[in-house]
Design a protein around this ligand. Structure first.
Ligand code: GLP
Length: 256
């Protein structure tokens, strides 16, 4: 893993946005894996401000979706991705894929999702956040490191973390569909962004801890091309600072 520590959360967003923009411009990224959560928001806003070349030709795959929320619900990941990614970046909605959490046959929907990723030629770059318990997508601790897209039960901790987007904890769905850790490993490139002190223990476990299903994000230790972008708060529990890159660079045109 390449670990880069940037001075602020805004620069983390700008750096990731530039990496995605460069990949799309060069043609290296034609299929983009997108993530929800607060951490990637600065990435999307920097990309939207700059504009992507020929965004309508880009295909996108979301990491996960709640089970049972209608697509029209403002907190369904279909709505969130539409609001934060598809519309601001000018993507073609018919090329933006989200697991179908309302399907009558959820297992079939998961198998079909894997098929859609394969039919698109695989994911070129998967953007990721990390949960405070080290989850990737909705792969909670003890998820198989080889898992594929499937139904998962959300932990109470994750439901409490995500309750801020709903009017009460009871409204947060109990289940989700998520790309598996094996699916995420198949992306040609992985780009994880983490900011803020609450993420520091999970980041340290992912980077310096053992490869273990108890910290699902540690699976990125197996990825041939994974980059982790951190602000100083998210990096604050790391101990092996000699191995990480401090990136001071100002990014003209990418920051306010
Ligand atoms: C949710 C998403 C994850 C995301 C995590 C952290 O659980 N399914 O993909 O990484 O939240 O979100 P945040 O960046 O808001 O802390």
């Amino acid at each position: 893993m390449r670990i880069k520590i940037l001075p602020t959360a805004e620069r983390v967003g700008a750096f990731a946005a530039r990496q995605i923009h460069d990949g799309v411009t060069s043609g290296r990224i034609r299929v983009l894996g997108v993530a929800t959560g607060s951490s990637p928001e600065p990435v999307y806003s920097a990309l939207a401000a700059r504009g992507l070349p020929r965004p309508e030709t880009l295909t996108a795959f979301a990491l996960d979706e709640y089970v049972g929320l209608p697509a029209s619900h403002p907190q369904s990941y279909r709505s969130v991705i539409d609001r934060e990614v598809t519309r601001p970046l000018g993507l073609d909605p018919s090329r933006v894929h989200i697991p179908d959490g309302t399907a009558a046959d959820l297992e079939l929907a998961c198998t079909q999702y894997e098929g859609e990723i394969a039919a698109a030629g695989g994911i070129d770059l998967q953007l990721l956040g990390i949960g405070v318990d080290g989850h990737l997508g909705f792969n909670e601790p003890t998820s198989s490191l080889a898992s594929r897209t499937r139904i998962k039960t959300l932990t109470r901790r994750t439901r409490e973390d995500n309750a801020r987007f709903f009017s009460s904890l009871d409204e947060v769905p109990l289940h989700c569909l998520t790309q598996g850790l094996g699916t995420i490993l198949d992306a040609r490139e992985a780009l994880l962004v983490a900011t803020g002190e609450t993420k520091a223990p999970a980041v340290a476990a992912m980077v310096e801890g053992p490869l273990s299903a108890i910290c699902p994000a540690s699976v990125l230790q197996l990825h041939p091309k994974a980059t982790v972008l951190l602000d100083p708060a998210a990096a604050s529990a790391l101990r092996q600072l000699d191995y990480y890159e401090m990136v001071e660079a100002h990014l003209p045109g990418w920051q306010r």
